[in-house]
Design a protein around this ligand. Sequence first.
Ligand code: DC
Length: 221
Amino acid sequence: MGFVVAVDGPAGSGKGTVTKLIAERLNLVSIDTGAMYRCVALDCLNKNISSSDLDGIANILKNIKIELKKENGIQKVYLNGEDVTEEIRTAKVDNVVAVFSAIKIVRDKITPLQREMGKTENIIMEGRDIGTVVFPNADVKIFLDCSLEERAKRRYKQNIEKGIETPYEEVLKSIIERHKLETEREIAPFVQAEDAIYVDSSNLSIEEVTNKIIEIINERR
Ligand code: DC
């Protein structure tokens, strides 16, 4: 087993950016597990498989090939041989991924793939259930929290930058809905592991969060 850092946190907590920065500075392999669930959702969307069609989803899972690889320093995501790095971040995937990722057969397929990645390399893995389910014995566990309002503000700003005009209230509502789905689902709900270290990013910059987590990791290494 390599050295494993587990980072769990909600969308908008900055965990994706922070995890990549920490990986670079500490020479760890960073793994974005949300991207894997996004691939499952995209494959189902592309093949017109609804979230209630469990046979159809089982079929997708039987043949799915997800690759996370670094190309010229940039993290890329491949689904069945096709570069989907951008497409998995679009609204059509955002809108359905929480539902697909709550399905038992989906998690039963994806979780072992994630465990496999920690066997040989030193990793920092981010998601919702890394410290609770995927690596309950991780060397370091971080729970990176952020208030719903701050997450909505960040998403609202990102939307504006992308030229998408969605009222703040609507953005906040969709964040609250997604949060409810993720924290209240039966399998691998998004909760803090008992032994995780709590970090609140609501009032911290990316740099401050990164430094704080690096300090915690260095204490344990
Ligand atoms: O982190 P993200 O927003 O890219 O995650 C996409 C979806 O996948 C989100 O609805 C939560 C889910 N997810 C999960 O259930 N377990 C993980 N370890 C990572 C993500």
